[in-house]
Design a protein around this ligand. Structure first.
Ligand code: ATP
Ligand code: MG
Length: 571
């Protein structure tokens, strides 16, 4: 394609308040423009990248036997009411009414509609297993659209769904997807991890996320370099740090005005790990719950929410009302409210906590002797905690979720009546799985991981073009002749890496060399072929790799082969 004809509106000045590097570079290099909060227009270069990713998605989905279909984005409310998600999903769902007043919504995802069509059409085990997928628009009224196309309110998703006769079948479909995802993200040139994840609104079985590490990520992932343990911090575990016992006499101690663990620990000259933080929360069912965490540890709110549902911290008034003492002096003894304690609070060791009396703490509290609780893991993993599998110190990295895989079981098929007749004539619910990837996020994550001060460095598999030819002086006939000749010849070559012909951009604009170089580095095409008069005098042209900035001069008569070789060498 000719640069002079392509719409690539590069930008010098970026509006303030834009922080993610992928967002800045996609705007600067003319890949996208924002229409409104969380709504983006993909311009020609941006759309080419998205299509490259979509092609990889399609190839890898077809390779595991998935079949592409297309479903409406507008859904009748009843189907979502049947699974209950019409009620449990709140503002994130776009809802509307049709002209007859019927409730409708815009599809955030398609488990319901997939299970619905399965319920209508799948009658016998002979029709199973099935994997259906689509690459299609989803709408979500996200609370905080951010980072350009990283989190938008309208986005494309590759979503696939598996339907099996039993749990072993689901395991197979799940593993097929995991393998496909490894191939997809590897082909897209991403650095990524497969991590254990919180199934959230999707279900409550096994699920994994594919996470691209980058400082722009919204998620924290916990990793073990030694055994490969990898989990989202929302579900990550670690071995609890053990304590050597401390012999404290069981008695109240006067701690005037000292409320936080830190303050009391300093006041008494004791380590924070010998304290029990007693946090009063109000559960989804409006029940008070006393949550206990060791003084040197932090509560993982997601883990707690999986036990008691969505919760909030009690207000000062509620605390006075429920336990009769101010926040800061609450402890686990005496009162009868429900208690949940983290496993790091070891039995047989004595601790200090609030005495349920203003300005007093109680020392020598021994779990199970002085209070009882539901013991479970509600602790947030910290950097250097020990790996739950091998004991090695863990590390924590920021990452962006680019894809995920969920085992759903019968969560959607039962309420939507998706049953089939098994071999033995018994009626059984279909066992389902669901699997998503956001191609725009993949593109943005690729930029987050591959850029320098001058612009984007596309992994070659998803670059909008493979090669950019840059004739420097458009007034020089020889320059133009050589550039056009190479443009034609390289375009003819079959790109076996991508299973298509080479895609070549020629910068035929009448611009200064400085402008062309700057734009070429900004838009990030893997190979630049520079044709300048000075080098032409030696009967040579120059080939530059965008990633490494290595450049070499090659004789004109070897140019085509050298260009193609350089393309294959780069990544
Ligand atoms: P997140 O936790 O980031 O909100 P999610 O768990 O809601 O993601 P899914 O519903 O499982 O994501 O969607 C599957 C994939 O779709 C995600 O892995 C991501 O790549 C992409 N995706 C999800 N929400 C958005 C969004 N608002 N904008 C762009 N892509 C998205
Ligand atoms: Mg989400």
């Amino acid at each position: 394609m000719r640069y002079s004809k392509l719409f690539i509106p590069t930008m010098r000045e970026i509006p303030s308040g834009i922080n993610a590097i992928s967002h800045i570079l996609m705007l600067k290099a003319g890949y996208v423009r924002q229409l409104a909060a969380g709504l983006f227009i993909f311009l020609p270069l941006g759309w080419r990248v998205l299509n490259k990713i979509n092609t990889i998605l399609k190839e890898e989905m077809e390779r595991i036997g998935a079949q592409e279909i297309s479903m409406p984005i507008l859904h009748p409310a009843e189907i979502w009411q049947q699974t209950g998600r019409w009620y449990t999903i709140k503002e994130e769902m776009f809802r509307l009414k049709d002209r007859t007043g019927r409730d409708m919504c815009l599809g955030m995802t398609h488990e319901e509609i997939m299970a619905w069509i399965a319920s209508k059409e799948i009658k016998s085990y002979r029709q199973l297993p099935q994997i259906w997928y689509q690459i299609q628009t989803k709408l979500r009224d996200e609370a905080r659209p951010r980072g350009g196309v990283l989190r938008t309110r309208e986005f494309i998703m590759k979503d696939s769904y598996s339907f099996d006769v039993d749990w072993e079948g689901l395991d197979r479909s799940y593993n097929l997807h995991a393998e496909a995802y490894h191939r997809i993200f590897t082909r897209c040139g991403l650095k990524y991890y497969q991590v254990e994840s919180d199934p959230g609104v999707m279900g409550d079985m096994e699920s994994h996320e594919f996470m691209a590490p980058t400082p722009a990520g919204e998620d924290d992932i916990v990793l073990c370099d030694k055994c490969g343990y990898a989990a989202n911090i929302e579900v990550a575990k670690s071995q609890f740090p053990t304590l050597s016992p401390l012999n404290l006499e069981y008695k109240e101690v006067y701690t005037p005005q000292k409320k936080s663990v830190k303050e009391v620990a300093e006041f008494l000259g004791l380590d924070e790990k010998y304290f029990i933080k007693s946090l009063l929360v109000i559960s989804e069912k409006n029940e008070p719950v006393l949550v206990m965490i060791r003084g040197d540890q932090e509560l993982n709110e997601k883990k707690l929410a999986r036990i008691i549902g969505e919760f909030r911290f009690a207000t000062a008034e509620e605390a006075l009302d429920i336990v009769g003492v101010e926040i800061g002096f609450i402890g686990p003894t005496e009162h009868k409210i429900k208690k949940i304690a983290d496993l790091s609070i070891q039995k047989g060791i004595s601790y200090i906590s609030g005495a349920n009396k203003k300005d007093y703490h109680l020392q020598g509290i021994i779990p199970e002797k002085h209070f009882d609780a539901q013991w479970t893991d509600i602790r947030k993993v910290k950097e250097k905690d020990n790996c739950p599998k091998c004991g090695n110190p863990l590390k924590i990295e920021k990452a962006i979720e680019v894809g995920n895989i969920f085992k759903l079981g019968t969560k959607y098929t039962e309420p939507l009546n998706a049953y089939f007749l098994d071999k033995d004539g018994k009626e059984k619910p279909i066992i389902m799985g669901s699997y998503g990837i956001g191609p725009a996020r993949v593109a943005a994550a690729a930029i987050e991981q591959n850029h320098d001060a001058d612009g984007i460095i596309w992994p070659k598999s998803i670059a909008p073009f493979d090669i950019e030819i840059i004739p420097l002086n458009m007034a020089d006939e020889k320059t133009i002749r050589i550039a056009e000749d190479l443009y034609e010849k390289v375009t003819e070559i079959y790109n076996s890496f991508a299973d298509r012909h080479m895609e070549v951009l020629i910068d035929d604009r009448d611009e200064r060399p400085g402008v062309k170089f700057k734009d070429a580095d900004l838009i990030g095409i893997p190979i630049q072929v520079i044709i300048g008069e000075k080098v032409l005098k030696e009967n040579k042209i120059e080939i530059k790799k965008r990633r490494t900035k290595e450049s070499k001069k090659v004789p004109i008569n070897k140019a085509v082969v050298e260009i193609v070789n350089s393309y294959y060498e780069t990544y």
